[in-house]
Design a protein around this ligand. Structure first.
Ligand code: GZL
Length: 319
C-alpha cells in the first residue's frame, strides 16, 4: 500500500517550471529520464516494472537506463538526459555520495530531479524536488524489535551475523543503523560478523558460507534484503543446518520468493519495503513539471510479516 503518508515538516519544495525548455518530444507530452540502479534483486525488478507500467499509464514518455549498479553509469545517464533536454529526471542513487556535480548540472539546465527509492547525502536539498521512498532506518528498527521480542527469554549471548546491502547505499547504511539502535539496549545481542552481500543472492550465499566456516555458533541472520537471505538459506542448508530453526532469519523487502521462504518456515520475519513507487512517481513528476509545489519527502507506508501472515498474503502478492 503506497500512500502519501510522510509529508514531513521540512519546507515544502518550491518548484521552478519544467526545465526542458519545452518538452523533448516538442509537444506537451512529458518526457522523463529515469536512471535505475540495476537488476540486482527481485525488489529491483518489481520496482522497474512499476516505473515502466506507471509511465505508460500516465502518458509519460520514459527514457530508461539500467546502471548495472555502477555510479558512473548513472552519472553518464543523467548527463545524457540533460543533453536530450528531458522535462524531468528521476533516479535511485546506487550510493549516497558523489552526486552534487551532476545534480548541479541538471539544476543549471533547469531540469527538475526526483529521488526515488534511495537518498543522496548532499546537504544542498535544492538539487532535487522531492525524495520518494521508504524510511530505511525504521525498517532496521522493525527488524531489531522483532529480534528483541523473539529472544526476550534467552539468557545467554545471542550471536548475530549481518548481510549488509550495497556498501555506501542509503538502505545499507540506514537498515544497519536502525537495527543497531534497537539491539544495543541489551548486551546479550552480539553482532559477531557483518559484511556486504551487495543485495544479491549469489553474494549473500558466498558471504554466509564464510560466516558459517568462521562461526559455528550463529543464532541469527539479519539480511538487508530477501535475495541475500535466500542465498544464505542455501549456504545454511549446505552446512547441514536448518534455516528458521538452527539459525533464525530476519529479512527486509517481502518479495514473493522471500515470502514463500517465510511461509515455508525458512525465514522467521520480514520487514516490508515496497517497490511499487511508480504511480506516486508519475503524479509527482506531473506536478513538478507544471511547477506545482510537492512535499520535500514522501515516505512509503509499509508493514511486516510473520510466517502465518505470509501464508495469508502470498496469494494476492503483486510482486
Ligand atoms: C530498497 C532498495 C533495495 C532493496 C533491495 O528501497 O533500494 O535495493 O531492499 C534492492 O532488494 O536491491
Amino acid at each position: 500500500m503506497l500512500v502519501l503518508a510522510g509529508v514531513t515538516a521540512m519546507a515544502m519544495a518550491s518548484c521552478g517550471g519544467g526545465g526542458g525548455g519545452g518538452t523533448a518530444a516538442g509537444d506537451d507530452k512529458i518526457t522523463m529520464g529515469f536512471s535505475q540502479v540495476g537488476a540486482e534483486s527481485g525488489w529491483r525488478t518489481a520496482n522497474t516494472k512499476s516505473v515502466q507500467e506507471s509511465a505508460k499509464a500516465a502518458g509519460i514518455e520514459l527514457k530508461f537506463s539500467d546502471a548495472q549498479q555502477k555510479q558512473e553509469n548513472q552519472i553518464k545517464a543523467i548527463r545524457s538526459f540533460i543533453q536530450q533536454r528531458v522535462d524531468v529526471i528521476a533516479f535511485s542513487p546506487v550510493v549516497e555520495s558523489g552526486w552534487d556535480t551532476v545534480l548541479k548540472e541538471a539544476k543549471n539546465a533547469k531540469i527538475p530531479v526526483i529521488l526515488t527509492d534511495r537518498a543522496v547525502d548532499s546537504p544542498d536539498t535544492s538539487l532535487y524536488k522531492t525524495f520518494l521512498g521508504s524510511d530505511f532506518v525504521e525498517e532496521g528498527r522493525k527488524a531489531g524489535k522483532w529480534l528483541v521480542e523473539e529472544f526476550k527469554d534467552a539468557t545467554g549471548t545471542v550471536n548475530i551475523v549481518e548481510l549488509q546491502g550495497t556498501t555506501g547505499s542509503a538502505p545499507a547504511n540506514d537498515r544497519k543503523a536502525g537495527f543497531a539502535e534497537v539491539i544495543q539496549a541489551d548486551p546479550k545481542f552480539k553482532v559477531i560478523a557483518s559484511q556486504t552481500g551487495d543485495f544479491t543472492r549469489a553474494k549473500g550465499k558466498e558471504v554466509m558460507e564464510a560466516f558459517l566456516k568462521a562461526h559455528p555458533d550463529i543464532d541469527v541472520l539479519y539480511a538487508h534484503n530477501d535475495d541475500m537471505a535466500l542465498g544464505a538459506i542455501e549456504a545454511i542448508e549446505g552446512a547441514g543446518k536448518t534455516p528458521g530453526k538452527d539459525i533464525k532469519i530476519v529479512s527486509v523487502d517481502a518479495v514473493k520468493d522471500g515470502m514463500q521462504a517465510l511461509a515455508d518456515g525458512k525465514i522467521n520475519f520480514i520487514v516490508e519495503c515496497s517497490p511499487l513507487l511508480g504511480p506516486q512517481l508519475m503524479d509527482l513528476a506531473k506536478k513538478v513539471v507544471k511547477g506545482e509545489q510537492v512535499p520535500a519527502r514522501v515516505v512509503t507506508e509499509e508493514t511486516t510479516f510473520t510466517q502465518e501472515q505470509a501464508k495469508q498474503a502470498l496469494p494476492s502478492r503483486q510482486y
